[in-house]
Every structure is written in structure tokens, then in C-alpha cells.
Design a protein around this ligand. Structure first.
Ligand SMILES: [Zn+2]
Length: 197
């Protein structure tokens, strides 16, 4: 059980009662608006898009840009996090599944991929269902022979299909869901601490 205590008239989180923090946010509850993902977190940007939420990501975003942008910024940079006036989520772990668990909670995402709403992991564009004839020459012949459902990004043109990698995707989603069940989020003084007890 996580505890808070009063210090100098403010509620502060007491970290000496077991568990460890995996993230902190400068807001409480779910957050809307645009989502920006800091450089080095491209993996997470792709997953957020696959779960159906648009996320902006560019490995060349400057700290100055991310510091001032409206919406939510997800980062591992403490300095950037502290500089944010708008919403900011600071990831405190190297565990990618924990990143996905926390981001899903903050953004209200389910741990499942719905082909009707999933977005292009590479660019965030909408995916349109296309037939075999439209993907011929763009994917290996064997893939065209084995699959009938294909999806094409309306923005970057990349073609996707539900293939054997789906097993790995589901494994990661299950891992993130398990971690999510163990995460307690505690709202303190207008911010949130995400902690595994
Ligand atoms: Zn795309």
C-alpha cells in the first residue's frame, strides 16, 4: 500500500513503503489532446498508434519544441518533464512493457488491436483495407498467396497484413496488461505517481 505524508503543509509521497515508481505525470486522470513522444521512444509511439491513438514522433524534436508544445509529451528526460507547463508523462523505467502499460492508462487505450481503428505504426496514418491486386509487387509473392486481408496506410503507403508477427504483438499486449494490473496510480498535489507495489 502506498502512503502519503504531510511535509511542510503539503501532501508528499512517501517512497519508503515498498514498491518502485515506473512513471510520474504532472496531471491527474486521463488526458486528451495531441500526444508527442520524445526521441528515443519511437518504440512506444508505434505501439500507441497501433492501439488506435495518433501520436507525433520525430527523432529530431528539440527540447525547446517539446517543452512548449500543447497536449501531452511523453519523455524520459527529467529536465524536459520539469519544464513542461502542459501535460507531461515521465517514464522512470527501462521496461518497455511498463511504458506501454502506463501510456495506455493515461490515454485510455485498450490492450487490443482493432483493425478498424489501428493506425500506421510508422507514420500514424489511417489504414484502409485493400485487396490482393493492390498489394501485388509491394509484398512478397508468398505473402500474397497466403493472405487475403491487407491494409494500406493512406499517408505513407506502407502495406500491412495480419501475419505470424501477430503472436509477438499479442504477447507484448498481454505482458503490458499484466503489468498494468500491478500499477497503482496515486494522485498527489495535482500530479500522479505510477507505482508497482
Ligand atoms: Zn503510414
Amino acid at each position: 500500500m502506498a502512503l502519503t505524508e504531510m511535509r511542510d503543509g503539503k501532501q508528499v509521497f512517501n517512497s519508503f513503503h515498498g514498491g518502485y515508481s515506473v512513471a510520474e505525470a504532472n496531471f491527474c486522470g486521463p488526458v486528451g489532446g495531441d500526444v508527442y513522444v520524445d526521441s528515443m521512444l519511437g518504440w512506444l509511439a508505434r505501439w500507441i498508434r497501433m492501439l488506435g491513438r495518433h501520436a507525433y514522433y520525430d527523432s529530431n524534436y528539440s527540447d525547446a519544441f517539446l517543452s512548449g508544445v500543447d497536449g501531452l509529451v511523453i519523455t524520459r528526460d527529467v529536465g524536459l518533464h520539469r519544464s513542461r507547463r502542459s501535460a507531461s508523462l515521465l517514464l522512470l523505467t527501462d521496461d518497455h512493457a511498463a511504458w506501454l502499460a502506463v501510456a495506455s492508462r493515461v490515454l485510455g487505450l485498450d490492450f487490443s488491436i482493432d483493425m478498424a481503428s489501428t493506425l500506421c505504426p510508422e507514420c500514424g496514418g489511417r489504414l484502409a483495407r485493400v485487396g490482393r491486386d493492390e498489394v501485388a509487387g509491394r509484398v512478397p509473392v508468398g505473402v500474397v498467396a497466403r493472405h487475403s486481408d491487407f491494409f494500406k496506410c493512406v499517408d505513407c503507403g506502407k502495406v500491412y497484413w495480419v501475419g505470424s508477427h501477430r503472436i509477438k504483438i499479442d504477447a507484448m499486449l498481454n505482458k503490458a496488461m499484466d503489468i498494468s494490473k500491478r500499477i497503482n496510480s496515486i494522485c498527489i498535489a495535482g500530479g500522479t505517481i505510477f507505482k508497482i507495489d
